[in-house]
Ligand binder design. Sequence first.
Ligand SMILES: [Zn+2]
Length: 99
Amino acid sequence: MGLIRILQLALIGLLIWFGVRAIKRWMKNKSQAQIRSGKRTSSGEVMDVMVQDPQCGTYLPKHESVRAWAKGEERFFCSKACRDAYLAGKEPDEKSEAN
Ligand SMILES: [Zn+2]
């Protein structure tokens, strides 16, 4: 009876050990994947570049902007409405009220 008990405990211990090992390996793979993807985003050149909308003066990330070419220069806008207004040659509404 004593021997069976010991074998049972040993078997349970072995199963737990294998389980922990599998989880540890899985966690390691997961964290490595996270590090890899993190490196990719931090080395991305476009991520943190801020550009100013010449129409309304808003600063926004370059990758979120609406791009357009005006007078030989590439411009970045916060929205298509701003881009269209700028290309149409309209002055911003706020400019007449301020100053
Ligand atoms: Zn705008």
